[in-house]
Design a binder for this molecule. Sequence first.
Ligand code: FE
Ligand code: FE
Ligand code: ZN
Length: 276
Amino acid sequence: MLTIGCHLSSSKGYLAMGKDAVKINANTFQFFTRNPRGAKAKAINPSDIAAFLEYAKEHGIGRILAHAPYTLNAASKDEGLREFAKNTMEDDLNRLEYTPGCCYNFHPGSHVGQGAEAGITHIAHMLNTLLKPEQHTTVLLETMAGKGSEIGRNFEELRKILDRVDLKEHMGVCLDTCHVWDGGYDIVNHLDEVLDHFDQVIGLNHLKAIHLNDSQNPLGAHKDRHARIGEGHIGLDAMVRIINHPALRELPFYLETPNELDGYGREILLLRNNYI
Ligand code: FE
Ligand code: FE
Ligand code: ZN
């Protein structure tokens, strides 16, 4: 069965997200651990978590994906900003222990003029101070579109980060279809070659989740503007090949398309109907 969900608002808590997911025939979902701009997180509500875990088990919801605030920059040359990223992620990882076994995705960051090497060193250093042998969450690096000085614009940069992390068993990668397309990887005409390249550079065993988004821009645009499924430059046929690809079909897929809940429901139905 296709494992698919979408990005949901976490403002009403875990159980409310679970119910929204079931409403649209999703069997997973993604959520921000706090306001995406990085404000203080709401306190964990143990009874909400307990009710959610029960509900998730009953309704076959598994492998949920938490997303770090996108304003964090672990690659910054400003020590204060790096410290803020580290503290926020540390707090998130502590909170995620209440829902053991999920993944936590973050944007590697932007080097803002120091060069990718320096940025990569900062990111790996943060992960090495953050990751603990006993944790139950897998931390994912997201493939980025390469806008500005974003790190993760190609598979090689993510490999360099992974190479420098000690507890690699707690690390993985989330591939965003809009981002890799904008980054110049032609997943429309050369999906097999792109995945072979991913396997050679990073290893498909490290791929843990897919952000399934169409793109408003052409190949290599480095823009990062998501489009609804089938309404962008990637197109529905390529999306259907992606969810059915032997190397990808068992992974969880997350929609981050410009939609409200009912629009997500229509995309999930469309993709389920095209999953062979
Ligand atoms: Fe993201
Ligand atoms: Fe994404
Ligand atoms: Zn994006």
